[in-house]
Ligand binder design. Structure first.
Ligand SMILES: [Zn+2]
Ligand SMILES: [Zn+2]
Length: 148
């Protein structure tokens, strides 16, 4: 699974004239292996360092910026001032939605795109051609609700 996705990301980079260098590959691997997490650049750096000890934080930053530009990952911010990197689902045209728990900080994902109708209204009423969207719900997750 991880290997096929790496291959696909590799050809995606090649088609844009970029190479998947060993450092870039180590970074992509960390993102794939921690797909459910929303890692900051520092988090990614610490995990990549285990695989490629010679790598520097600046290289990890540049790789994350490149992957963001190529739409392999999305850069998100949940309002805590920290940029996080999130792998885009393969074939997804829109960014998945997030549920952020204000009690435990857990971040859950909604892969299904629930905004189709909303987009139609916006496109029509504001004559705005939508390319993507971000949707984050802030609230209390089911685990925290069960605690009470
Ligand atoms: Zn996510
Ligand atoms: Zn919670």
């Amino acid at each position: 699974m991880v290997e096929t996705r790496i291959e696909r990301i590799k050809s995606q980079l090649h088609s844009q004239k970029y190479k998947l260098t060993p450092q870039r590959e180590a970074t992509v691997r960390v993102l794939l292996e921690n797909e459910k997490d929303h890692l900051s650049a520092e988090d990614v750096y610490l995990l990549v360092k285990d695989k490629a000890p010679e790598i520097g934080l600046a290289t990890v930053y540049r790789t994350l910026e490149l992957l963001t530009e190529l739409k392999v990952v999305d850069k998100i911010n949940f309002g805590d001032g920290v940029s996080r990197y999130d792998l885009r689902q393969e074939g997804a045209t829109h960014f998945h939605h997030h549920l952020v728990c204000i009690e435990c900080g857990a971040v859950d994902e909604i892969q299904e795109d629930l905004l189709g109708d909303v987009e139609k209204i916006v496109e029509k009423r504001w004559q705005f051609l939508i390319k993507d969207h971000r949707l984050t719900f802030h609230g209390i997750c089911h685990r925290c609700q069960d605690k009470d």
